[in-house]
Design a binder for this molecule. Sequence first.
Ligand SMILES: [Zn+2]
Ligand SMILES: [Zn+2]
Length: 177
Amino acid sequence: MMKRMTITLGILLAFVAGALAHCGSCGVGGSSDKTGHGHMHKLMEHAGQNTEMAAESYPLDRCPISGEKLGEMGEPYEMSLDGVTVKLCCDGCEEKAIQRKDEVKGKIREALFARDAADYPLETCANCRMKIDPDSAKKEVYGSTLVLLCGSMCEKAFAEKGEQMANRVREARAAAE
Ligand SMILES: [Zn+2]
Ligand SMILES: [Zn+2]
């Protein structure tokens, strides 16, 4: 009897481990696409299953400079533009990314808004805590976290306190789980 239960548990654990391993292959690194799943499919999967993960994971599957699919030229090159995480196909694209900073940040911001606005965890400005309407709120990004703010005064404060504001969003998302 004991033995049979142990075997059943073993099979169950193997199944769970398999599921986790599959999930891990779709994770933040996202460099390998050998599983045959498209990146969109992966993002959709995670958006449904794990909102915290979706909020923190990088939103683009292509280099914003070359348009190359990330991972096809090896491990993506990761950099930060004013606190915003950017992934490029190679370090050769870094200079252009810096030159076209506003355009690159804008692409990431819009992709994050399209993905995360619907289940954004706060109803208030991440800085002053005034009530906001997500559709007209100011959008900012820190790391790969969308931060919504009430207006241009709080947007100015974001330059200095972006990390703090993003942490407020992350904590609210974790608490909502
Ligand atoms: Zn490149
Ligand atoms: Zn505010």
